[in-house]
Design a binder for this molecule. Structure first.
Ligand code: KG4
Ligand code: ZN
Length: 340
């Protein structure tokens, strides 16, 4: 018997990436992402500009996703969209578009929690990538999020730790700005760090309880450190960039790994999945692999295009919810703040 082929369109517009994807069951047929370059000029995401760009991008991005998947929109079984959390003006664009298209095609509409999607991205079927078994721990690290989640089942998740202020990606990006690097500075810090000495400078680790994180103090200490050193030597940053980046990255990775070790110990769970843009960091990848040797962990890092904001992760949640017949209706509204 041929298993049924379910086609889902996923739409993501929570921040500064407009994305659409088509999945056939758990496989991705297309995943189109239009990243908004405009924010680079401002050193961070400008919400009003983001929603305007989503409006311009959404139709061509969805068209392209359907074309690349080699299907017709009439073949779709459901539309899944990011309801929240995110920037309200950005979410509204995807939500309104998803509603209209579902109405026009007379197919079910599925609302998706963006944070759950970062985690469920691990259930996309992709050659060479394993799918975690329940329960597992998921650490979502990006420019907007820093969370450790205990995942008991697809839709049974518990946040056991999160940041009380800045996200880890912000710690990278804001520090990079202090060093005079362009936005987003995370990948550049990673690049320079690979040529530097991680023990050259000492940055403080925050004292924050349980499994929570705090990164705003680190950013302030980076600022004071640079201001002090530049007073003594105006060329300090340029002369020591590799060592500064290596030391900062070393500190951030230690902070993340300390909490992950604690979470694994507390829960007794050794399956660890990561997601979000910061999971591209070479240092965190290395530290996780070391965790496999040192603590007997099994670690899961998805394909890079499914770790940053993308619609394929919205599509996989759409598929899982479709199989549960978990649909929403036309009265659904976007939500800037949203828990599981
Ligand atoms: O998931 P993402 O694309 O968007 C959201 O923020 O939701 O993550 C972007 C973040 C930025 O803060 C960027 O600097 C960071 O991920 N990032 C990195 C690296 N690549 C991306 N941070 C450190 N090292 C990297 N290699
Ligand atoms: Zn995200």
């Amino acid at each position: 018997m041929n298993p049924q082929k379910i086609y889902i369109l996923g739409i993501e517009s929570s921040c500064d990436d407009t994305s659409a994807a088509v999945l056939c069951n758990e496989q991705v047929l297309s995943n189109v992402v239009a990243s908004q370059k405009i924010h680079e000029l401002y050193g961070g995401v400008v919400p009003e500009l983001a929603s305007r760009a989503h409006q311009q991008n959404i139709v061509p991005v969805i068209d392209q996703a359907i074309k690349q998947a080699n299907i017709k929109k009439e073949d779709l079984h459901a539309i899944a969209f990011t309801r929240g959390p995110g920037l309200m003006g950005s979410l509204l664009v995807g939500t309104s578009f998803a509603k209209s298209l579902a109405l026009a095609l007379d197919i079910p509409l599925i609302d998706v929690n963006h944070m759950q999607a970062h985690i469920l991205a691990h259930f996309i079927e992709e050659d060479g990538f394993d799918i975690p078994e329940f329960p597992f721990l998921a650490m979502t690290i990006s420019g907007g999020h820093t969370q450790i989640v205990k995942v008991n089942a697809h839709f049974d998740m518990e946040i056991i730790g999160e940041t009380i202020d800045d996200a880890v990606g912000e710690a990278f990006d804001k520090s990079a700005k202090i060093f005079g690097l362009p936005y987003p500075g995370g990948p550049l810090i990673d690049k320079y760090a690979q040529m530097g000495n991680p023990k050259a400078f000492l940055f403080p680790k925050p004292k924050v309880g349980e499994l929570n994180f705090s990164f705003s103090g680190l950013k302030t200490s980076v600022l004071y450190f640079v201001q002090k050193k530049v007073k003594e030597n105006p060329n300090f940053v340029a002369e020591n960039l590799n060592d500064i980046c290596a030391s900062l990255q070393y500190t951030i990775i230690n902070i993340l790994m300390d909490k992950l070790k604690k979470a694994s110990k507390q829960t007794g769970i050794k399956s660890i999945a990561i997601g979000g843009g910061v999971s591209a960091n070479s240092g965190i990848r290395r530290a996780l692999k070391e965790g496999e040797q040192k603590y007997g962990w099994k670690t899961f890092i998805p394909k890079f295009e499914y770790t940053t904001d993308n619609a394929a992760m919205i599509g996989i949640v759409g598929y899982l919810k479709y199989m549960n017949k978990d649909f929403t209706n036309m009265s659904v509204v976007a939500k800037a703040r949203m828990r599981f």
